[in-house]
Design a protein around this ligand. Structure first.
Ligand code: ADP
Length: 671
């Protein structure tokens, strides 16, 4: 076994590899870019080498720098993870030239699978079933079209150099062919610098089922069963599970055998995945082989009880496979959900931001979180927006699914949009529970999955409002307690204002939707919340208590508990089922900084709600000195420095003009 390995990757996969290496007593070397100097993988490794600037082309993709780092630190082997250099034959070759073990298959196997069409030719020869199609060298548009016409529509155009769903186009009729071909070629050329295409019969409702294979250097191979990765957006996986639900055992064996055949055809070594499309009638077709560890490998680990990274290290070090085919068994069911910084409502486009709040579900025998980030880390434009992988296991699919829903509801992130709510909505739909899966699952169930979040806005608005009212009452009570007149009606905190009922009016932004909420205190601690909407006006009775961050609410008789987190004026209420993110839409007061640095004028016409301190008292910097309400919004004016409030020019309840002087304040000398 190796004494020291280098991990040529970042994020969750680098951390995941380091963990196994540590378990085996192998020392680890991380590489990192300038953007990652504080990253988790760097801190976890025994040593770390800076290899370049933030863009991957200037760091993680620079084969020479990685090899130089391995030589400098005396690493005997390099684990490439997935992505970056993992399927780069030239890099694997360079490792060999430098007497460094590449933890992956031989150069020839990477090359053979590098082109989708060349791979198909090899598989065809080996007798592995293929999707009917054309994968020849003649790229004349008329020839490609003739093949499409002959096999019948729909067809799928695929970039032979493709990956990540790019350079793919569905074509539904002969008339559409030319235009689709041009578009696919353009996309492929810009993504891969190569515009060769293959044409395949487009299967309309297939499942994506892939087989994990493993080979040692003596040519022994096993398959570690299948994963169903049918739930995809933009032809990319978001939820994977093992085993594939409803898999016929005979089909499993046939697919396993076909996968072994495929791997043997290219003298495979190490971990590999053979991807198939499985049609409704149980026929299956080879799609491609990935010559590396897959993102979704944990679900296989969970159902087999094996550590695939450990297998990779053992095999690369020349050991035999740890187990034979007969010794491998499927135990229970596992799901993986990929947590992404992306906006499901905006075609799943990646977003960036700082993980200002991060709470992951508690890990145990049922729940595993593979991540490479900590609270405070950034999801930047430079790398993949995957934040983590949430993996669950239980005895059967239903139980595992319920674990997944619970764990997703406990996953709490603030600071950027994520797909967590989307994933929760998806896994709790009836079609998903019934495993009615195919690669069009998200599209087909769009209304069901997305409708939920719209409904949620109206559903959670009363909860959000109750929280805001209780929070405001609490804040005012705190201010009153610090005052000499705690019983003054100005501190009643019941929304009282001259001539108005005990009512509140919040313009809110909830889960990205603007909504106006009215609340009235109908009796002590019981509020009637009204949401005027275009269709029907919802009316809800709510009550509850707020203890620190813990909200106990009663919404029309339904008791709900939630935890509140506030960051940058955005509130997140984490309930058992979902996270409700909201903020109060602030009117534009102009430059707030100017105000804090000494301007004590009313930002706009409004009413003085409370004067939390007495005239003549000493205050600390940032202490609230005037609370006013304008445009139904509360606005707090704070002391810009330690000092003394000499005099107030108004009383609570007074209406003041925008721009009017409110207070005479003297900053301390030393300030
Ligand atoms: P990439 O390498 O770009 O990820 P793949 O060949 O692995 O592309 O295909 C990605 C996804 O596209 C598959 O998981 C499947 O959902 C869909 N797909 C690929 N080929 C076909 C086909 N012939 N018919 C229907 N869907 C397909």
């Amino acid at each position: 076994m190796f004494d020291k390995i280098l991990i040529a990757n970042r994020g969750e996969i680098a951390c995941r590899i380091i963990r196994t290496a540590q378990k085996l007593g192998i020392r680890t070397v991380a590489v990192y870019s300038e953007a990652d100097s504080q990253a988790l993988h760097v801190n976890m490794a025994d040593e770390a080498v800076l290899i370049g600037a933030a863009p991957s082309k200037e760091s993680y993709l620079l084969a020479d720098r990685v090899i130089e780092a391995a030589k400098k630190t005396g690493a005997q082997a390099i684990h490439p993870g997935y992505g970056f250099l993992s399927e780069n034959a030239a890099f694997s070759e360079a490792c060999k030239d430098n007497d460094i073990v590449f933890i992956g298959p031989p150069v020839g196997a990477i090359e053979s699978m590098g082109s989708k069409s060349a791979a198909k030719r090899i598989m065809e020869k080996a007798g592995v079933p293929l999707v009917p199609g054309y994968h020849g060298d003649d790229q004349t548009p008329a020839v490609l079209k003739k093949h499409a016409d002959e096999m019948g529509y729909p067809v799928l155009l695929k970039a032979t150099a493709g990956g990540g769903g790019k350079g793919m186009r569905q074509v539904w009729s002969s008339e559409e062919f030319d235009e689709a071909l041009e578009a696919a070629k353009r996309e492929s050329l810009s993504s891969f610098g190569d515009d060769r295409m293959l044409v395949e019969k487009y299967l309309t409702q297939p499942r994506h089922v892939e087989i994990q294979v493993f080979f040692d250097q003596s040519g022994n191979g096993v398959y570690l069963f299948e994963r169903d990765c049918s739930v995809q957006r933009r032809h990319q996986k978001v939820i994977e599970e093992a085993p594939a639900p409803g898999m016929n055992p005979a089909v499993r064996t046939d697919m396993g055998d076909a996968a072994l055949l495929a791997a043997k055809a290219i003298q495979y070594e190490g971990a590999g995945t053979v991807e198939f499309l499985l049609d409704k009638d149980d026929t299956f077709y080879f799609m491609e082989m990935n010559t590396r560890l897959q993102v979704e490998h944990p679900v296989t680990e969970m159902i087999t009880g094996q550590d695939l990274v450990e297998w990779q290290l053992r095999v690369a070090a020349g050991e035999d496979l740890p187990l034979t085919q007969d010794q491998l068994k499927i135990n229970g069911h596992s799901f993986e959900a990929r947590i992404y910084a992306e906006d499901p409502d905006n075609d799943f486009l990646p977003v960036t931001g700082t993980l200002s709040y991060l709470q992951v579900p508690t890990e145990n025998a049922h729940v595993r979180v593979d991540t490479g980030v900590l609270q405070g880390d950034e999801v930047s434009v430079f790398y993949d927006p995957m934040i983590a992988k949430l993996i669950v296991w239980d005895e059967n699919r239903d139980r595992a699914l319920s674990r997944m829903a619970t764990a997703l509801s406990e996953y709490r992130i603030n600071g950027m949009i994520t797909n967590i709510d989307f994933l929760y909505n998806l896994v709790t739909t009836e079609p998903f529970r019934k495993a009615d899966l195919d690669t069009g699952f998200i599209e087909k169930n769009r209304a069901l999955i997305f409708h939920k979040s719209e409904a949620d806005v109206l559903h959670y608005a009363p909860l959000a409002t109750l929280y805001l009212i209780l929070k405001r009452k609490h804040d005012i009570a705190t201010l009153a307690a610090a005052s000499s007149e705690p019983n003054s009606p100005w501190y009643a905190g019941n929304g009282w204002r001259s001539g108005a009922a005990n009512s509140y009016d919040f313009p809110l932004l909830i889960n990205g939707t603007e909504i106006n909420v009215l609340a009235e205190e109908v009796s002590t601690e019981l509020f009637e919340i009204t949401i005027p909407s275009t269709e029907t006006t919802l009316s809800t009775q709510v009550s509850g208590t707020l203890d620190g961050n813990e909200l106990r609410a009663n919404i029309d008789g339904h008791r709900i508990r939630a935890n509140a987190v506030i960051h940058d004026d955005v509130y997140s209420l984490f309930t058992q089922d979902a996270v409700v993110q909201f903020s109060i839409i602030e009117p534009d007061y102009g430059n707030q900084d100017d105000e804090a640095s000494g301007g004590f004028t009313a930002p706009m016409t409004g009413t003085i709600v409370a004067l939390p301190v007495e005239a003549g008292s000493a205050v600390k910097k940032n202490q609230a000195i005037v609370i006013m309400e304008a445009m139904k919004m509360e606005h707090t004016i704070r002391a810009p420095a330690d000092g003394t409030v000499v005099e107030f020019y108004f009383h609570p309840g007074d209406l003041v003009e925008g721009g009017a002087e409110l207070v005479d304040f003297e900053a301390d000398e030393s300030e």
